[in-house]
Design a protein around this ligand. Structure first.
Ligand code: SF4
Ligand code: SF4
Ligand code: SF4
Length: 174
């Protein structure tokens, strides 16, 4: 039996959540545990299904249309004229591909963008569009590495806030 590591290695690592899981790794674990089928990942499409089928000695299935369709690789673009600098697009980006600070115009670094679309809905002025990627797309292993850095950074930030809060509580008790 192949484990989640082997399965995860075949997933695109966009972290888009379209499979119904919070990212590629949770979906890989669900497949490994027999809780999810191999046809739930639109970014991976037929090629990923075929690779998973070969790994797990199963029949290849058609992509589950409820999760979306397979399409060309997309990249996010911000209309900088309309951007109000609210920074709401920053936290959802799994690979820190958006640069900008509060009250400043934001920009997507196209070469880092996984095309996950997670930044689109939070934008209050709808100034983020998904367009066909023109540059060479990041590889799944690059996506995984950047997601890992992003996760480590957000965990450090959360820990720092928790420590600050605790320190304030301690001071208030004295
Ligand atoms: S890339 Fe595929 S496996 Fe990863 S989160 Fe998106 S749909 Fe799920
Ligand atoms: S810029 Fe948007 S589409 Fe690109 S990786 Fe970040 S959240 Fe996903
Ligand atoms: S969410 Fe939209 S308006 Fe806000 S910083 Fe991002 S691109 Fe600009």
């Amino acid at each position: 039996m192949n484990g989640a590591d082997d399965i995860d290695a075949l997933l695109p690592q966009t972290q888009c959540t379209r499979c119904g899981y919070s990212g590629c790794r949770p979906y890989a674990e669900a497949i490994a545990n027999g809780e999810a089928n191999i046809n739930q990942c639109p970014p991976g499409g037929a090629a990923t299904i075929a690779a998973l089928a070969a790994l797990l000695h199963r029949d290849a299935l058609l992509l589950n249309p409820q999760n979306g369709i397979e399409g060309p690789l997309l990249v996010a673009v911000i209309d900088e004229e309309r951007c109000i600098g609210c920074a709401k697009c920053l936290p959802p980006c799994p690979v820190d591909a958006i640069v900008g600070a509060r009250k400043q115009m934001h920009t997507v670094i196209a070469a880092l963008c996984t095309g996950c679309e997670l930044c689109v809905a939070p934008c209050p002025v709808d100034c983020i569009a998904m367009v066909p990627a023109r540059d060479i797309a990041p590889t799944p292993s690059e996506n995984r590495m950047r997601f890992s850095s992003h996760t480590a950074r957000t965990q450090r930030t959360a820990q720092r806030y928790a420590d600050l809060l605790n320190a304030k509580k301690q001071t208030a008790r004295q």
